[in-house]
Design a protein around this ligand. Structure first.
Ligand SMILES: CC(C)(COP(=O)(O)OP(=O)(O)OC[C@H]1O[C@@H](n2cnc3c(N)ncnc32)[C@H](O)[C@@H]1OP(=O)(O)O)[C@@H](O)C(=O)NCCC(=O)NCCS
Length: 212
């Protein structure tokens, strides 16, 4: 639908997404399967101190029941169009879980969504989160037809702030005491990207090899 007075083209948001794998320059992103449970547990255990600093669901006894519940909920959320979780893999070492990246709707009326991610600690610093974030932004804007995607990053989480900066998110404000982590309410910075900004950045992402 075209709003003639503003020139804005309105495309109804989609809530279904193909489960086919998506490639980035170096990585493969795909939905979770039942056999991802063990690699997921292994990756969480290898990263508890770093993940636990910022993510409320992480604990040292993270085990089979947690991972099975996650994979089951993730499959249901995908089918119901509530959230789309991807396991991040290196095609050369496809049995190793490198991390998670997800996009979900925060408002269907406003065609808004949010991005979340984590990377196993022994693979950080290699640009994996940045590359995966760009690819999932592409899914958000070009396949789900979202209008706006946000990121909430705990104040002090410099690595995640760097991802927002590198990808070109705009810092929009402070969310006070947004998430409870280990008994402490953490302030978060809200970052946002609009569909038109993604379009402007796309050439750069391609040149950098983040999307193909
Ligand atoms: C944040 C996280 C996803 C980053 O993953 P990653 O694959 O290492 O990210 P990238 O390599 O794409 O980019 C990280 C950037 O942060 C920088 N960085 C890392 N630690 C940093 C620190 N302590 N201070 C400043 N910069 C830091 C890196 O140098 C890199 O920037 P550069 O490319 O300019 O050198 C990962 O560390 C993680 O999972 N952390 C715990 C969970 C979490 O915070 N999730 C995000 C919640 S919003």
């Amino acid at each position: 639908m075209l709003f003639a007075n503003t020139g804005v083209v309105f495309r109804p948001m989609r809530t279904t997404l193909s489960s086919r794998p998506r490639a980035t320059g170096r990585l493969a992103l795909r939905p979770f399967r039942r056999r991802d449970v063990d690699p997921l547990i292994e990756a969480v255990h290898a990263s508890v101190p770093e993940l636990g600093q910022w993510l409320p669901w992480v604990h040292t006894r993270y085990g089979r029941s947690d991972a099975i519940r996650f994979v089951r909920d993730s499959a249901a959320a995908w089918v119901e169009g509530r959230a789309f979780d991807f396991t991040i893999r290196d095609p050369q070492r496809a049995d190793r879980h490198l991390g998670n990246i997800s996009v979900w709707h925060t408002s269907r009326r406003e065609q808004a969504g949010e991005l979340g991610y984590w990377i196993r600690t022994d693979e950080t610093g290699n640009g994996i989160a940045t590359e995966a974030a760009c690819r999932v932004l592409q899914i958000a804007f070009e396949e789900l037809y979202l209008h706006r995607v946000t990121l909430r990053i705990a104040v002090g989480n410099r690595a995640s702030e760097r991802i927002a900066e590198k990808v070109g998110f705009t810092k929009e404000g402070l969310l006070r005491q947004e998430v409870l982590v280990k008994g402490e309410w953490l302030d978060h910075t809200l970052y946002g990207m609009l569909e038109e900004e993604f379009k402007e950045n796309k050439q750069k992402y391609t040149e950098l090899g983040w999307i193909v």
